[in-house]
Ligand binder design. Structure first.
Ligand SMILES: [Zn+2]
Length: 183
């Protein structure tokens, strides 16, 4: 796999996005998310882009600790329909007081395209819970990989795909609590 450029964005003391690098813009455009390129996000508070309340709370805790001078590094997933992407986030305080979020690609695995992750999929009214950190879905009372969830929930037998609501799975919630406690 060719080396991937790190994706970078930075926040000022008011939690506003004041910098994104070119790799960020290219990544956004390649992932069907033209609404998060530089021209749309610069000057706006990060909270406009994190709508899930539990994820917001975790980010607030993280930012408070980083502003005390501690840095954090953790693995996470950001899949596309045809790829499993294993990434690592590094958050640290810069000398001028800005906070830098740097995402490094650890590895990418190709897989048969999963339509559920495509934005164009026409949603039904049912909500499907998906962990916004590891991309597992909640099916039959437990968190499982999306391919497994599709099978268990018989998603392709339903007339329309369910809408996805993001949150955090139990495993990631515990892991994040450990990361915060160790900071
Ligand atoms: Zn998770």
């Amino acid at each position: 796999m060719a080396a991937q450029e790190d994706l970078i964005y930075r926040l000022n003391r008011q939690d506003e996005i004041v910098f994104v690098n070119e790799a960020w813009d290219r990544f956004a455009l390649a992932n069907d998310a033209p609404d998060v390129t530089a021209e749309h996000v610069l000057g706006r508070p990060i909270w406009e882009f994190i709508t899930d309340l539990s994820t917001q709370q975790i980010y607030r805790d993280l930012l408070a600790r980083v502003r005390e001078g501690r840095s954090v590094r953790f693995p996470f997933r950001c899949d596309s329909p045809a790829e499993r992407r294993f990434l690592e986030m590094h958050i640290h305080l810069m000398e001028d007081g800005q906070i830098e979020f740097r995402t490094q690609t650890l590895s990418i695995e190709r897989r048969p395209a999963v339509p559920l992750l495509a934005r164009q999929a026409s949603p039904s009214r049912d909500l499907l819970r998906m962990c916004s950190w590891c991309k597992k879905v909640f099916a039959d009372g437990e968190w499982v990989d999306i391919e497994e969830g599709i099978e268990r929930l018989r998603l392709f037998e339903a007339p329309a795909l369910p809408m996805i609501t993001h949150g955090m799975c139990d495993h990631c919630a515990v892991k994040m609590a450990e990361i915060l406690a160790a900071m």
